[in-house]
Design a protein around this ligand. Structure first.
Ligand SMILES: Nc1ncnc2c1ncn2[C@@H]1O[C@H](COP(=O)(O)OP(=O)(O)O)[C@@H](O)[C@H]1O
Ligand SMILES: [Mg+2]
Length: 253
């Protein structure tokens, strides 16, 4: 087996007496879309926050990126090493173009990036153009986010995360929140296409329909614990999954 892009080994996050993430060991394989599901408060966002280095005082256990321990490294260092993320709240600059929104993201690079730009100023623009093309957003590149549909705005958020570094894995925290059924479907197809193009992603969502439809492998957290993992087919008939989402059929969104 190849080394997973991302692996946690006994990842635990405590907030005072609360165990928000409890001894979670899971993997995200290269070239796959991995889903992370679970009811509200299950610890999904906290998991991403810990993996991306935002909870140094609360987290314990190990996190490995391509087999190398990255525990304790600062968020900007991790971003530079290829760990990209989106946030649960999408904040775009509404008064500047899509292209400029991506340019701003790429400027959040480190000193190293700035030095590289100094020697090769076109590198940043190349990367923005490349991502715009990959996400088939070239035709909306000069429009402002305010003119776009909700689904397109969410894709700008994804594009921004991809531009920010040489992404090894993109961690998406409920990127489809607020989208209607059609937009969610379209958005899911876009993510799937990016993964089929070679990107590796972890998708957090409480929309079971979306996760079951687009992911290769799924992990479920309940009260901070990894309860079960499997393919969409396995998850559909898993009693733990059915119990956690009682009253909603697993095919619903
Ligand atoms: N900064 C924090 N301080 C204290 N408790 C927190 C903090 N962040 C999250 N929590 C708690 O940790 C648990 C998991 O939250 P969260 O990761 O946001 O869940 P999810 O994203 O699955 O809805 C919840 O009980 C939440 O109230
Ligand atoms: Mg959350």
């Amino acid at each position: 087996m190849t080394t997973p892009i991302l692996r946690t080994d006994g990842l635990t996050v405590r907030f005072g007496g609360l165990l928000a993430v409890n001894d979670v060991s899971l993997t995200c394989e290269k070239g796959q879309l991995t889903g992370l599901i679970g009811p509200n408060g299950a610890g999904k966002t906290t998991f991403i926050d810990a993996v991306t280095g935002f909870l140094p005082d609360n987290a314990s256990g190990d996190v490995l990126l391509e087999g190398q321990s990255i525990s304790g490294l600062a968020p900007h260092v991790l971003a530079h090493q290829g760990l990209s993320r989106t946030w649960q709240t999408l904040e775009l600059f509404d008064d500047i173009s899509v292209r400029a929104n991506l340019g701003v993201a790429s400027e959040r690079l480190t000193v190293g990036g700035a030095v590289r730009d100094f020697f090769r100023p076109s590198a940043r623009h190349d990367r923005v153009a490349e991502v715009l093309e990959q996400l088939e957003m070239t035709d909306i590149a000069d429009r402002q986010p305010r003119e776009l549909s909700q689904g397109q705005r969410k894709m700008v958020g994804v594009a921004r995360a991809l531009v920010a570094s040489t992404t090894k894995i993109l961690l998406l925290d409920e990127p489809a929140a607020g989208l209607d059924k059609n937009e969610t479907q379209w958005f899911g197809d876009q993510l799937r296409a990016l993964v089929d193009d070679g990107y590796t992603m972890l998708l957090i969502d409480h929309d079971m329909g979306l996760v079951l439809r687009v992911c290769d492998h799924i992990h479920m957290l309940v009260f901070g614990e990894l309860i079960t993992s499997g393919t969409p087919e396995q998850m559909r008939s898993d009693p733990e999954v059915i119990a956690a989402y009682l009253g909603r059929s697993a095919g619903d969104s």
